[in-house]
Design a protein around this ligand. Sequence first.
Ligand code: XIL
Length: 332
Amino acid sequence: MIKTLREEADKNNIFIGAAVNTNLLDKDRDYTNLLKTEFNMVVPENAMKWHTLRPEKDVFDFVQADKLVSFAEENKMAVRGHTLVWGATMPDWFNKLSPGEMNKSLEEHINKVVGRYKGKIYAWDVVNEAFDDSGEYADSHLIKSVGPKYTEKSFRLAKKADPTARLFWNEWGADRINKRSDKFYKIVKTALLKNVPIEGVGFQMHTGLGWPKTTTPLPDIDSVRENFERFAKLGLEIHITEMDPQIEEAEGSFEEKLKKEARFYGDIMSMVLQIPQFKALLQWGVNDKYSWVSTWLTHKDDAPLMFDKDNKPKLAYYAVKKALGNNIKLHI
Ligand code: XIL
């Protein structure tokens, strides 16, 4: 009997997940069926971001976030909450606040949002994309107003609001050893010495086969392993949180691009299965039809996910399943 990716993931005691556009859950039945059949973890693509949850200072809108959490419960899927504080995308009304008001609003937000889903969230991305590629804190009104200590404050607040959720720091462009991941490592290591409750790190893995035309080059697997292992040695759980390698700009025919993509998915999956602290791999989207790469990032038709526009499994899907299957055989 052909096993689903979800069954292979369960057998390996890890999560294979997808970012969900909650507007599609009751609009696209094939999308929804694929999601609950092939994945055992979900993360909201936008439903738990400030601009969705808090369109105005005193207005909270939980409709989309509630929908995702209920869907996950109905289908026995784990939930990654995304994201409690992301300096670069705070709403305009927030960026106009004084430092004192920002701190108060951040506290109110974390208490209300984390409190609402207490016991229902496997892991929260507490802090998202705090650094830039030069290895400095990314510029934002938040960092200018309250400084880097917003990160420590947010973790302590989230831990109090829900002691059961694993608390993660999630970063872009820090997948391999580089200036950004070095800063990330240094800051997290220092914070742990001050008992800041950071329990895991998320690596977004937004990369591309067609570098330098694509945003970030495909990382060298050994550099990713070395990077993940140093964070794992800090006792942290490791997740790949937003994988979606762009292939549009790559050399060769479409078939050749799909083969390269599958090799990358397979190599990454095989490598992380050798790291005991690795617990979850999520792709950023469910199928290529709705991928943000085409709709938001490059505005070019691309195919970065394990399922095509017609919800058909791609070579990448079989490469990931094969790596999971091989891992089981290894450990029997
Ligand atoms: C993206 C969503 O996919 C888009 O729909 C939205 O318009 C912008 O944000 N890093 C993150 C994600 O942490 O939340 C971003 O998601 C992609 C980059």
